[in-house]
Design a protein around this ligand. Structure first.
Ligand SMILES: [Zn+2]
Length: 92
């Protein structure tokens, strides 16, 4: 698992203020690139978004089989990559 941070996101900045991460387009873009490079199925989920008022957009890249855990961590309120990692480690 690793993370990617975008200091600026045109998608997020165009959204205005929203409650949930909103850069789904970038998630798909990153997922396609990372899957191609790794030659395996991966999942990319945005943990925090500039549209929520955070300074930057942060994405977690994990094995596709771990996507449900990542999504649950974010839904349950994880707002940092470290918090998502903690949830994944606790599930092992
Ligand atoms: Zn974003």
């Amino acid at each position: 698992m690793f993370s990617v941070t975008f200091d600026r996101s045109a998608v997020g900045e165009a959204m205005g203020h929203v409650e949930l991460p909103s850069c789904g387009l970038i998630e798909g873009f990153l997922e396609a690139i990372c899957e191609h490079l790794a030659q395996r199925l991966l999942a990319v989920r945005e943990v925090r978004c500039c549209a929520q008022g955070f300074e930057a957009c942060a994405f977690v890249v994990a094995a596709e089989k771990r996507a449900p855990l990542v999504e649950k961590a974010i839904t349950d309120g994880a707002e940092t990559v470290e918090a998502v990692v903690e949830v994944l480690r606790a599930a092992v």
